[in-house]
Design a protein around this ligand. Structure first.
Ligand SMILES: NC(=O)c1ccc[n+]([C@@H]2O[C@H](COP(=O)([O-])OP(=O)(O)OC[C@H]3O[C@@H](n4cnc5c(N)ncnc54)[C@H](OP(=O)(O)O)[C@@H]3O)[C@@H](O)[C@H]2O)c1
Length: 290
């Protein structure tokens, strides 16, 4: 089965590519300098010449705070280009798996979010991703699957775990937000889910995150507890702060845990816990955590 992957150099795309090769999928992943997905003609030419069975779109504009003042760029990649990829898939008769985000929600419900819960993005990034989902679903109907995920950590690029591991030995203290609840999700696990979805004729929207919820604050404390034995130097004292005090340009949902029952029934197994995902990730980084 031939996969065309956009965004294969990114955090999730890298894990998808690595696992696809291990699982003997035929996978082609042009880099940004070869195919810029905001160029409609390049996208069309690429899809029609490669003739994949499935296109996986992990490419996105992901600078959540910067998007607040780079609105045009965010919409170009996350909405318009997602639409170009979907149209190229429709023209070439192939399926598309598109990755989206919990930031389409405002997080005010205070309970795990189902696929059909009302969206209300709080940020430019969230709006651009939601409009991208819509373009993909409108163009492709039953030939599109949108996988919403959240709080990713993987080997490529910068993520929360990576930042904590860097800052723990550098800083005397660190302030971390205690009033935003997420389900931290290991990109390695999600990549396996994406590849399972490549094999199955799935459509619509599905929520895919690791199981369990935690605040960023407690997540940081948990990471520190696991890695402390591997550092000689004292590690930063973790102190609580609030989203309001941090005052980042883009507003984030306060509670974005997913109801993952659709994913569980489609794949026949529940997601792994975020703790298991974190252990696997730290082991990949060389920390011999139990
Ligand atoms: N990271 C998270 O916590 C998170 C949470 C929820 C949902 N998501 C979603 O998950 C997906 C993957 O996220 P990620 O963290 O893996 O993102 P990422 O690390 O920022 O990777 C994004 C990739 O997209 C590529 N890209 C950007 N603009 C492009 C363009 N115009 N043409 C072609 N490629 C382009 C980038 O190329 P370069 O490397 O060359 O710039 C990069 O390889 C995205 O849809 C994101 O919205 C992420």
């Amino acid at each position: 089965m031939k996969i065309l992957l956009f965004g294969g150099q990114g955090q999730l795309g890298y894990e998808v590519m690595k696992r696809a090769r291990d699982l003997d999928f035929e996978i082609v992943s042009p880099v940004l300098t070869e195919v810029d997905i905001t160029d409609e003609q390049q996208v069309k030419k690429c899809v029609s010449s490669i003739k994949p069975s499935v296109v996986v779109n992990c490419a996105a504009y992901t600078a959540v705070d910067r998007a607040e003042h780079e609105q045009e760029e965010a919409f170009k990649v996350n909405r318009d280009a997602a639409g170009y990829v979907a149209e190229a898939c429709r023209d070439s008769g192939c399926r598309m798996i598109h990755i989206s985000t919990d930031y389409v929600f405002d997080g005010s419900l205070g309970r795990p979010l189902a696929e059909d819960d009302p969206v209300n993005p709080l940020s430019v990034y969230g709006r651009s991703k939601y409009e991208g989902e819509q373009r993909v679903l409108e163009s492709l109907g039953r030939e599109a699957l949108v996988i919403r995920t959240q709080a990713l950590f993987g080997l490529k690029g910068v993520n929360f775990v990576h930042s904590m591991l860097k800052l723990f030995p550098e800083r005397a203290s660190l302030k971390v937000v205690g009033d935003q609840i997420v389900s931290p999700t290991w990109a390695g696990w999600l990549a396996e889910v994406v590849l399972d979805c490549v094999r199955l004729p799935l459509a619509g929207v599905v929520h895919a995150s690791c199981q369990g919820t935690v605040s960023w604050l407690d997540f940081a404390r948990h990471i520190q507890e696991l890695v402390r034995p591997f550092f000689k130097e004292p590690l930063a004292v973790i102190e609580p702060t609030t989203a309001r005090e941090l005052n980042r340009p883009a507003q984030r949902p306060a509670y974005s845990a997913f109801d993952t029952s659709r994913l569980t029934s489609l794949l026949g197994r529940p997601p792994i816990s975020w703790q298991e995902g974190l252990r696997n990730y730290l082991q990949e980084l060389g920390y011999a955590v139990q």
